[in-house]
Design a protein around this ligand. Structure first.
Ligand code: SF4
Length: 189
């Protein structure tokens, strides 16, 4: 798990619990130099769909660093849960490809999207049959993302305002502080 520093308060513990159901241990990595909020404060702007530093610097980067530091030689299957139905860009992803950035003469890394072709019902069915619980956030949000994600729509944000007013206030205050809104032309306040 890559912790952006802007995860739901119980996210790490929750993920540890789910991984433990499979008899596994969760490793948590972080960017040692920045969090979601400190990155925005320093750049004085939010990430966007085209400049998505939150994913590259706080998710992908720390996971790649973790793999480089901890796994020197073997074959690694890097499984991720993106599904084609989630968005047009996810639909275009290749479900199995060699990760060129992480593969070297001793280590081969494959990026695999094992549920890329699944629909939402298949996901829910899979979880139910194995008694794997959904995080409570799914009662009011579509994704278990950061507390507020740059891709949230009006409905998501009104839910956050109701269920996590602290997160809403932090982002609204940050927008005012840097004079830059998370969504073009739409300040949370
Ligand atoms: S969940 Fe949203 S805000 Fe968080 S890292 Fe991913 S894209 Fe960025």
């Amino acid at each position: 798990m890559a912790d952006t520093g802007w995860e739901h308060k119980d996210a790490v513990e929750w993920c540890k619990k789910i991984v433990a159901l499979m008899g596994l241990q969760l490793d948590v990595c972080r960017n040692e130099n920045k969090t979601f909020l400190s990155m925005i404060r320093k750049r004085r702007k939010f990430p966007s769909a085209t400049t998505r530093q939150c994913t590259s610097d706080l998710k992908r980067g720390p996971i790649q660093t973790w793999i480089r530091r901890n796994i020197k030689s073997t074959t690694i299957i890097n499984c991720m849960g993106m599904r084609a139905q989630e968005s047009r860009s996810r639909g275009k992803l290749n479900p199995l490809k060699r990760n060129k950035a992480l593969t070297n003469s001793k280590r081969t890394v494959w990026d695999w999207l094992p549920i890329h072709h699944w629909n939402e019902m298949e996901v829910l069915d899979y979880l139910e049959k194995r008694n794997i619980p959904l995080h409570p956030i799914y009662r009011h949000l579509r994704r278990f993302s950061c507390r507020i994600c740059i891709f949230m729509n009006d409905h998501d944000l009104s839910e956050v305002k109701q269920y996590d007013p602290e997160a809403y206030r932090i982002i609204a205050d940050l927008e005012k502080e840097i004079n830059f809104s998370m969504r073009p032309g739409k300040y949370l306040s």
